[in-house]
Design a protein around this ligand. Structure first.
Ligand code: ZN
Length: 92
C-alpha cells in the first residue's frame, strides 16, 4: 500500500496516511479533522481539467462558427452583387 502525505486543511500539519481506494477519507493525526481524499487529490484536478477542456472546446466551436458565418456572409454578398449587376441595377 502506498504511503502518501498531505497537508491538513484544518491545522496545516503534514499528515501521512496509507492510501486505500476503498477508504475515501482519513483523519488528521493532529487535530482529528476528517479529510476527504477525493477533495484533495482528485476531484479538484479532474473537475478543473474537464472544465478547461470544455472551455477550450467551446472556444474552438465558437471560432469555427464565426468563421463559417463570415464565409457565408461573404458568399451571400457576392451573389447579391452578381445578381444586381446581372439585372443592371448596380450603380458603378
Ligand atoms: Zn489537522
Amino acid at each position: 500500500m502506498e504511503i502518501k502525505a498531505l497537508k491538513c486543511p484544518s491545522c496545516g500539519a503534514d499528515v501521512e496516511f496509507k492510501y486505500d481506494e476503498s477508504k475515501p477519507f482519513i483523519f488528521c493525526q493532529y487535530c482529528g479533522t476528517k479529510i476527504m481524499l477525493d477533495d484533495i487529490h482528485t476531484e479538484h484536478r479532474i473537475v478543473d481539467e474537464a472544465k478547461l477542456k470544455y472551455l477550450d472546446y467551446r472556444q474552438q466551436r465558437h471560432e469555427e462558427r464565426l468563421e463559417r458565418h463570415e464565409k457565408r456572409h461573404e458568399e451571400r454578398m457576392k451573389r447579391r452583387e452578381g445578381l444586381l449587376s446581372a439585372l443592371g441595377l448596380k450603380k458603378d
